[in-house]
Design a protein around this ligand. Structure first.
Ligand code: SAH
Length: 350
């Protein structure tokens, strides 16, 4: 039975489902889910990410986290973690770049949080020894230095459309032999009361419920034991409108076509992330600004000196793609979580 048939059957028996349930099934269904079944990254996959474009991304994140570790007195033992590590490329670049930071490698214990068995295999091939977990709550206690790139955009969102002071939830149904959107009854949504101030009749807002406990768990550990987290993703302080999108073979496709066979994401609402952490959080910084502050252009020039002309073209394009305001430089944002009384990792503003 295909995922499409499973979803149709489910809608027939229990009725239209929340957008979040549709997204969760498409991405994580144990047999047919998009991430559960494949490695979607890279030129031959469906989409590409910053660490897959250039080694500079992981390197600079590594140096920022290593500086934060030194600023906090270089604890002799800490957890280095990544959530949603994809192919493990970012972590490999981070580890190589921090190899010469005195004491950093001796002190770190590597932990990866990854739901996809296919990607866990890739990560093991590239990184070798590490400990894998299904959930952030399974990490051991201790100072935590963590990175998450394009992780939160893969978590399911619920969508609500404003009607008066109430909200109707957007649902996925099945009619005339195709999936279609419908709407639930208008209900009060306490988590959306603050959005009455910046929305009007008919506006759509998204809420990513699973992000909340994950962020809380990260922030709790950082507050209790020290550490820092860098969260990088596309989105904004307060997201508005329907941002759910589906990508297949580097092309945008309809979100209701190809369930389980296209990548589904939604913009990250950074206000909701920051509201969930008990630690301090930095200002939300555009990725381009963050990378420039960490010296990406100087690093790009150094690397270019050892490259062949054919490589340089791609290298310059990757630098531009990551930093230029009209490419990923502004759409992608960085936020850091860090303990009270400490400075945030370099690159972001307190
Ligand atoms: N950070 C990587 C990959 C981004 S794709 C990069 O920048 O290239 C999203 C990653 O999050 C994948 O590794 C996916 O398998 C993982 N993921 C998605 N939902 C998850 C969940 N609920 N728990 C753990 N990992 C998840």
């Amino acid at each position: 039975m295909s995922l499409r048939d499973i979803l149709i059957e489910r809608i027939r028996t229990i009725g239209p489902m929340r957008v979040a349930d549709y997204m969760a099934e498409c991405l994580m269904h144990p047999q047919h889910g998009y991430y559960a079944t494949r490695d979607p990254l890279g030129a031959r996959g469906d989409f590409t990410t910053a660490p897959e474009m250039t080694q500079m991304f992981g390197e600079l994140i590594g140096l920022s986290l290593a500086q934060a570790w030194m600023d906090q007195g270089a604890p002799s033992s800490f957890i280095l973690a990544e959530i949603g590590p994809g192919r493990g490329t970012l972590m490999a670049d981070l580890l190589r770049a921090t190899n010469k930071v005195p004491g950093f490698h001796d002190a770190l214990d590597l932990h990866l949080i990854e739901a996809s068995p296919a990607l866990r295999r890739k990560q093991r091939e590239l990184l070798g020894e590490a400990t894998w977990h299904d959930s952030i709550a399974d990490l051991p206690e201790g100072p935590l230095f963590l990175v998450a790139n394009e992780f939160f955009d893969a978590l399911p969102v619920r969508q609500f459309i404003r009607e008066g002071e109430l909200w109707r939830e957007r649902l996925v149904g099945f009619e005339n032999a195709q999936f279609c959107f419908g709407m639930g009854a208008p209900v009060d949504q306490p988590v959306l009361r603050h959005r009455l101030e910046d929305t009007e009749e008919g506006h759509l807002v998204e809420v990513c419920e699973p992000a909340h406990p994950i962020v809380h768990e990260i922030g709790k550990r950082i507050k209790r034991h020290g550490g820092a987290a860098l969260i990088i993703d596309y989105g904004d302080w307060r997201s508005q409108g329907d941002t759910m999108q589906a990508v297949k073979g580097h092309q945008e496709v309809d979100v209701l076509d190809l369930p389980g066979d296209s990548d589904l994401t939604a913009h990250v609402d950074f206000e909701l992330l920051c509201a969930a952490t008990p630690s301090r959080f930095s200002r939300v910084t555009p990725q381009g600004v963050f990378l420039e502050r960490l010296g990406i252009t100087t690093r790009a020039q150094v690397l270019a000196q050892q490259m062949e002309p054919v490589q340089i073209e791609q290298h310059v394009a990757a630098h531009r793609r990551l930093t230029h305001p009209e490419e990923m430089g502004n759409l992608f944002k960085v936020v850091a979580f860090y303990p009270e009384g400490e400075t945030p990792p370099p690159g972001v503003d307190p």
